[in-house]
Design a protein around this ligand. Structure first.
Ligand SMILES: Nc1ncnc2c1ncn2[C@@H]1O[C@H](COP(=O)(O)OP(=O)(O)OP(=O)(O)O)[C@@H](O)[C@H]1O
Length: 302
């Protein structure tokens, strides 16, 4: 039983949707805490500000939203010395980070994760002065995210993500980069570089058996060519994406600290939001935030 739970809701969602989402979750949440505060965020950036300024007043914060809202929350919470337990109620389009936490995508089942109360401390990536939970990417990934038509995303959900990805593939041109991973230097050309903490992008599982959310390491994927069927699979395959990294044009490295420079400044996509730029210095904050996991409900994940 928690003392003070804070439910933060992306207030930009429509009233009908909010009502439906509250119906699915609220009684389950209320029964697990002595006090429940609900806040509807007013604008982009509000979740981050609230988490930074008031996060330490609660022993659990539940984020109702998609990856962008989770990104805001972890940027606020990571600045706290002792962040509260954090849970995700996935109401976005892709909800990639919640998938890494094995949170059921059905909202009623996602709320039931609070009853199970399975908590694990999770790594957070620090990129210059900001934070990411899921990934930092340049090249195709950032272009894909930028090309997504918001209206189309609302209507078609993740399908629009893939349409945008496929359109972007045809125009991909390689860029020159220098990457230092724990001191070792790589100088080459690539069409996409992904620095991942989570396991899913665009709802698809990333390749690699050793990906972990709390090993203190970032998974670096350097993708060198765009024409290969491999890349389309990377975004379009059914879960889990099985790919033998050793026999591919993807270079895979794990590191605790990564520096990335590109010949020209490039836009970067972090957790699905495009606002960062290269160069970047990334450091893992090991086991920074205690997250609720849905592990015990894993067989119900849908
Ligand atoms: N109260 C709010 N008003 C306006 N924008 C908000 C508010 N709360 C969050 N946002 C922003 O809305 C955008 C989309 O929200 P969110 O990421 O939660 O949903 P989504 O894009 O559908 O999900 P996903 O990224 O999982 O596909 C994000 O950029 C987020 O920062």
């Amino acid at each position: 039983m928690y003392e003070k739970m804070w439910l933060l809701i992306n207030g930009a969602s429509g009233n009908n949707e909010i009502q439906k989402n509250l119906d699915a979750t609220i009684s389950t949440l209320a029964l697990q805490t002595k006090e429940l505060t609900i806040t509807f965020t007013q604008e982009k950036g509000h979740t981050e500000q609230l988490c930074r300024e008031q996060g330490d007043r609660y022993d659990i914060v539940m984020i109702m939203g998609g990856d962008g809202t989770v990104h805001e929350a972890i940027n606020g919470l990571s600045s706290l010395d002792d962040p509260p337990v954090t849970g995700i109620l996935p109401t976005g389009t892709c909800n990639d980070f919640s998938r890494s936490l094995m949170i059921p995508q059905n909202l009623k089942k996602a709320a039931a994760v609070v009853e199970q109360n399975h908590i694990q401390y999770v790594d957070i990536g620090k990129m210059n002065d900001r934070y990411f939970s899921n990934f930092y990417g340049v090249g195709l990934i950032a272009e894909t995210s930028e090309n997504i038509d918001d209206q189309l995303k609302g209507m078609l959900g993740k399908v629009s993500y893939f349409i945008s990805a496929l359109q972007t593939f045809n125009n991909a041109s390689p860029f020159a980069f220098t990457l230092k991973a724990d001191g070792k230097e790589y100088k080459d050309e690539a069409v996409m570089i992904l620095l991942a903490n989570g396991h899913f992008i665009g709802t698809n599982r990333l390749p690699g058996d050793q990906i972990s959310l709390n090993d203190g390491l970032i998974d670096v994927y350097i993708i060198k060519e765009s024409g290969a069927p491999l890349l389309k699979e990377f975004f379009n395959s059914k879960n889990p994406f099985m790919y033998n990294l050793e026999q591919s044009s993807i270079e895979y490295i794990q590191a605790a600290e990564v520096e990335l420079e590109t010949a020209n400044t490039m836009k970067a996509d972090t957790d699905g939001e495009v606002y960062e730029e290269t160069p970047v210095h990334i450091k893992v904050l090991e086991k920074k935030i205690p997250f609720l996991f849905g592990e015990i409900l894993q067989e119900n994940n849908e």
